[in-house]
Each structure stands twice: as structure tokens, then as C-alpha cells.
Design a protein around this ligand. Structure first.
Ligand SMILES: *Cc1c(COP(=O)(O)O)cnc(C)c1O
Length: 231
């Protein structure tokens, strides 16, 4: 299977899952996660029609983004330290991992001084796992309130990495919780729409539960090389 075969296969599975849920396939974007994936394979994915890429490590992303450019969209999908906010604003179109007020304020400040707007998703630790970053569900409304005045950071929605289960059906309740959390924020007047949820082994369930972005690595590029990447 080539990268192009995999992209076609994943796209087909997304559209079948959308059809099952009565959703429009245009409302779901495929984010190809390219951590530890080399530039040639990213180019193959672009050839196959992928338009959005997610990187987890700033150092690793920099070289790839400089080589490939901004004809495609780049999202930061790994944990971002506050002192890297300026670099992130320069490199990425969206930071999917806004997980603290301090980071939100720093991204806003850096975007303002760069004269641009940065898009963001709030990362929610939906399973309340100690090992994961993200705010707790109960913190979302106060968080959204606190960042209302930030004009250079545009929060578009929520992102989550739910607990892992071998059976994707067991993840479904967590995807549903994220969707309900977004709907609640909407009811309180916060116009967020995006739900970034679902990875290679569970994206079909995520699409059925309302994902607007699925983040796919392995199902497109194969198993990642087990190399250490400098963060
Ligand atoms: C690695 C990663 C993915 C993709 O995982 P796969 O199981 O390879 O599809 C998605 N989201 C985040 C945040 C990741 O770090």
C-alpha cells in the first residue's frame, strides 16, 4: 500500500462513517499527522490530495515547513511550551493544543506583534487522565470567558486525545462528551464549531460522533520509526 492508497482508503472510510451518521463529508477534514514522517512521504500525501498536516515537535516541524511551504496548512498537534509560542505563531496556521490561559495569552500576544491572527483549539482532557495535558471539562466555560478579549487568537473549537481502548466502541462515550461540551459552550454564546477527535484506530467512531477534524498518522504513513525526536 502506498501513501496514496492509504489516503484513498481513509477518505473512503471517513465518507462512509459520515453517511452512516447523516453528515456531510465536506464538514470533516483529514489532518495527516506527520511526526517522524519524512518530507518525501509528506509530498506523496500532498500529491494524493491531503491539504492539512499536523506536527507534534517544533524543531522537527520547522525544517519540513520551510521545505514544503504554506501551500498547505500546518497545525501544531503536540504539547506547546509557552516559551515556544513565538515560533509556533510563525510556523503554524493553527495550534490545536491550547491547554492553559498562560499559553493562550502568550499566543495572542505573539500573534499581535507579528501582525497576524492565529487559530486555536482548546485541548480538553476529556478522560481526566493524569498523564495527559488539556483542561478539564468543568473548566471550559470559565476558560472561554477569560480569553474573550484576546483578538489575535481565534479559538475555533475543541481537541481531545481520549483514553485508549482496543475496542473503538469504548471510546465513543468520550467523543460524545466532547461534542456535548461544545454544544454547551454554544448554548452559553461561545461560537465554537470544530471538534478535533479521532486517530487511526478510532476515527470512524469519532466521525459518527461529530468530529470535524480527524488526526491520522499510522493509517496513512504506516508505523512510525522508533527514533527519538528532540522536542
Ligand atoms: C500521533 C498523533 C496522532 C495520530 O496517531 P495515529 O494513531 O498514528 O493515527 C493524532 N493526534 C495526536 C495528538 C498525535 O500525537
Amino acid at each position: 500500500m502506498t501513501v496514496a492508497d492509504n489516503v484513498r482508503d481513509v477518505a473512503g472510510r471517513i465518507s462512509r462513517a459520515a453517511a452512516r451518521a447523516g453528515r456531510r463529508v465536506e464538514d470533516i477534514r483529514l489532518i495527516a499527522i506527520t511526526k517522524k514522517v519524512d518530507i518525501d512521504m509528506i509530498r506523496e500525501a500532498i500529491e494524493a490530495g491531503v491539504r492539512v498536516f499536523g506536527e507534534n515537535y517544533l524543531q522537527e516541524a520547522r525544517g519540513k515547513i520551510e521545505a514544503i511551504g504554506h501551500g498547505v496548512e500546518w497545525h501544531m498537534t503536540g504539547h506547546l511550551q509557552r516559551n515556544k509560542a513565538r515560533d509556533a505563531v510563525n510556523l503554524f496556521d493553527m495550534v490545536q493544543t491550547v491547554d492553559s490561559l498562560e499559553l493562550a495569552r502568550e499566543l495572542d500576544k505573539r500573534a499581535r506583534s507579528a501582525g497576524r491572527l492565529i487559530s486555536g483549539l482548546i485541548e480538553v482532557n476529556i478522560g481526566e487522565e493524569d498523564s495527559k495535558s488539556g483542561i478539564r471539562s468543568g473548566e471550559l466555560l470559565p476558560f472561554l470567558n477569560s480569553i474573550k478579549e484576546l483578538n489575535s487568537l481565534s479559538i475555533r473549537g475543541l481537541m481531545t486525545i481520549p483514553p485508549y481502548f482496543d475496542d473503538p466502541e469504548e471510546v465513543r462515550p468520550y467523543f460524545k462528551m466532547l461534542r456535548e461540551l461544545r454544544d454547551k459552550a454554544n448554548n452559553y454564546g461561545f461560537p465554537i464549531t470544530e471538534l478535533s477527535m479521532g486517530m487511526s484506530h478510532d476515527f470512524e467512531v469519532a466521525v459518527e460522533e461529530g468530529a470535524t477534524m480527524v488526526r491520522i498518522g499510522t493509517a496513512i504513513f504506516g508505523e512510525r520509526r522508533k527514533i527519538d525526536v528532540e522536542k
